[in-house]
Design a protein around this ligand. Structure first.
Ligand SMILES: *Cc1c(COP(=O)(O)O)cnc(C)c1O
Length: 371
């Protein structure tokens, strides 16, 4: 069986380092924030090419404090995409602002910059591109449009740890960015976790206050805010795992290259790494009109697969009040109806990759054969 994720295998490969780090936190009694979290904030910000890191209890809260620190609130509009995990839109909604959606580009499957300007209104305050699946959005035109119209850019980098755009790291290009350390992400905590990056000292200062009860000084509350702090244990674990992240990322990239090679010419639409990007392959998603049947066939051959994501945001029940309807974002809807994610992670070995490739090839051949 080839698992979609294998967090136990990963844990066992770094067990002694992780166990030691956790025990150190237990002994220190720094259970919320503390030295390990501060050190992790500095190390992860540096890894992402940003000046400041503000550690949180989830990627969603990191995005939320980024938007609050940018001054986004009720009456404002934030432009983002429907082909994303729901949290992008939830974070916008938490501030009281309205998400405004634009479709994605069929090749990159990320925000289509040519659609942004027609979505701008006098209420637009920010653009929130998503570096979906681990590949950067096309940031130069997005930043240019933002500058021209006086808008903030807040990156949803929840899937793109170490991803790059023309040599710049995801999380370093906009006013601020949100990363997630949900266990299944490229850098995962052993519980929930997230972090906001920024190069702006004032945004960092405000975000720290929004993360922790609006305090700058203990028990003096300047802002109506939240309890979004990272646990000390998660900070310590993430520091250990950050030291292995590049190795795991290079392994993901090697697996993607192997899938690209082995699965070419089968009539499947494989993911495209856009020139100038360093794709970190949080997800390796192929598109096929019969993705459901293909998934069943792969499961029958002991390969675990997943769908990212079966329903785009504008067709989710929770956001029906945004007023969109089927047909509004044809590229996103097409991806949602055809996407199938293959196993890809740092602990997948060559034999497992071969099993996946053989299973996909056999499944495609079987369904081509006359019945
Ligand atoms: C995971 C994810 C988030 C939210 O992160 P959590 O840590 O789960 O709160 C936001 N956006 C995208 C694109 C994600 O994949």
């Amino acid at each position: 069986m080839v698992p979609f994720l294998d967090l136990r295998k990963q844990y066992h490969s770094i067990k002694s380092e992780v166990d030691e780090a956790v025990l150190k936190v237990l002994e220190s009694t720094q259970y919320v924030l503390g030295d390990e979290v501060v050190a992790f904030e500095e190390e992860f910000a540096a890894y992402s090419g940003a000046k400041y890191g503000v550690a949180c209890n989830s990627g969603t809260s990191a995005l939320h404090i980024a938007m609050l620190a940018a001054g986004i609130g009720p009456g404002d509009e934030v432009i983002t995409i429907p082909m994303t995990f729901i949290a992008t839109v939830s974070a916008i909604r938490y501030t009281g602002a309205t998400p405004v959606l634009v479709d994605v580009d069929p090749v990159s499957r990320n925000m289509d910059p040519s659609q942004i300007e027609q979505a701008i209104t006098p209420r637009t305050k920010a653009i929130c591109p998503v570096h979906l699946y681990g590949q950067s959005a096309d940031m130069d035109p997005i930043l240019e449009i933002a500058k021209k119209h006086g808008l903030h850019v807040i990156e949803d980098a929840a899937q793109a740890h170490g991803g790059e755009y023309k040599g710049r790291r995801c999380g370093s290009m906009g006013l601020a960015a949100g990363f997630s350390f949900y266990p299944g992400k490229n850098l995962g905590a052993y519980g929930e976790g997230g972090l906001m990056t920024t190069n702006d000292p004032e945004i960092a200062r405000l975000a720290r206050m929004y993360r922790s009860w609006g305090e700058e000084k203990r028990y003096y509350h300047k802002l109506h805010a939240f309890n979004y702090r990272m646990d000390g244990i998660q900070g310590a674990i993430l520091r250990v795992k950050l030291r292995h992240l590049e190795t795991w990322t290079e392994r993901r990239r090697a697996i993607a290259a192997e899938y690209d090679k082995q699965l070419a010419g089968l009539g499947l639409e494989l993911p495209v790494q856009v020139a100038g990007n360093r794709h970190v392959y949080h997800i390796y998603g192929l598109l096929s009109p019969d993705n459901q049947d293909l998934a069943q066939s792969l499961r029958d051959k002991n390969v675990q697969v997943a769908f990212h994501y079966p329903v785009p945001v504008h067709l989710q029940e929770a956001y029906s009040d945004l007023g969109y309807k089927k047909g509004d974002f044809p590229v996103s809807e097409r991806i949602a109806s055809m996407e199938l994610s293959l196993p890809i992670h740092g602990d997948l070995d060559d034999a497992q990759v071969a099993v996946v490739c053989d299973a996909v090839i056999a499944s495609v051949e079987e369904r081509k054969a006359p019945v």
